[in-house]
Design a protein around this ligand. Structure first.
Ligand code: NAD
Length: 249
């Protein structure tokens, strides 16, 4: 079922957009414990202000940069609840629209280190001790195709998909399912920079979907809930495209 009763999870990038919507969907699905990870304590405090007291009693938070190897959020979840069943590795950054000819190496490196590192190893290391767990990685429809003016972002999401597929092959025999979602264009702060010089970037993205609209964060959160939950018990190595029909394959 889609219930997360008795499960403990963590979500990175939980203070905004898809991660925040996923946190709410997980809480609605009765998750027992949920660790919210994001860059700043301020952003996490803002999230806590939106939660009910019952939800707060099931949540903990940690300010951490997922690109640094210094924060062990998986261990924090273990310390608090004794086990970790679900990890949603979702933190990510976008970029301004720029051609390959104009993209600087600093931008390239930052996008790769945030989007493609993301904490899979630390989560797998704690899950493997119980031979059980479900990892869901937020990739992108731009990790299924090329994406003019977003070369670093697209490359980082292809990297994430390669990692997800490889992790599925290595970790499924150890009891850990690894799957990824590929969202289409979703209305979150991440796409604020993607309006383009003429300001019509969002319209173009909407027009490229079969539904002629942008998606909402909870439309991805529901897909993440499915993959994270026992309802997806036969899914590992799955790439679930949730993009309004943007990628035509
Ligand atoms: P968002 O900007 O609303 O949320 C991303 C969150 O990640 C933010 O709260 C941010 O603070 C956090 N974050 C960024 N870098 C971090 C770091 N180094 N350490 C910890 N936290 C960090 O964006 P979103 O659209 O909700 O993005 C969530 C995921 O979905 C990203 O991986 C993104 O690439 C992916 N995605 C988004 C879209 C879209 O159209 N919005 C499409 C495809 C994929």
């Amino acid at each position: 079922s889609f219930s997360l009763n008795d499960k403990v999870g963590l979500i990175t990038g939980a203070a905004s957009g898809i991660g925040l919507a996923t946190a709410k969907v997980f809480l609605d699905a009765n998750i027992k414990g949920l660790l919210l990870v994001d860059q700043t304590q301020e952003a996490l405090d803002c999230v806590f202000q939106q939660l009910t007291s019952d939800e707060i009693s099931r949540c903990d938070c940690l300010a951490a940069d997922v690109s640094s190897g210094n924060s062990n959020y998986a261990e924090q979840a273990i310390k608090k609840w004794g086990h970790l069943d679900i990890a949603v590795l979702n933190a990510g950054i976008g970029s301004e629209l720029k051609s390959i000819l104009e993209t600087d190496v600093k931008t390239w490196d930052r996008i790769m280190e945030v989007n493609a590192r993301g904490g899979l190893q630390q989560c797998a290391r704690v899950m493997v001790k119980r031979n059980s767990g479900s990892i869901v990685i937020t990739a992108s429809q731009l990790g299924l195709q090329g994406s003019p003016l977003l070369s670093a972002y697209s490359a980082s999401k292809w990297a994430v998909r390669g990692l997800a597929l490889t992790a599925a092959e290595e970790l499924t025999p150890l009891g850990i399912r690894v799957n990824s979602v590929c969202p289409g264009p979703i209305v979150t702060p991440l796409i604020n920079d993607m309006k383009g010089e003429d300001g019509n970037g969002w319209q173009r993205m909407a027009d490229a979907t079969l539904m002629k609209r942008l998606g909402q964060p909870n439309e991805i959160a529901n897909a993440i809930l499915y993959l994270a939950s026992d309802a997806a018990s036969f899914c590992s190595g799955t790439t679930l495209k949730v993009d309004g029909g943007y990628a035509k394959f």
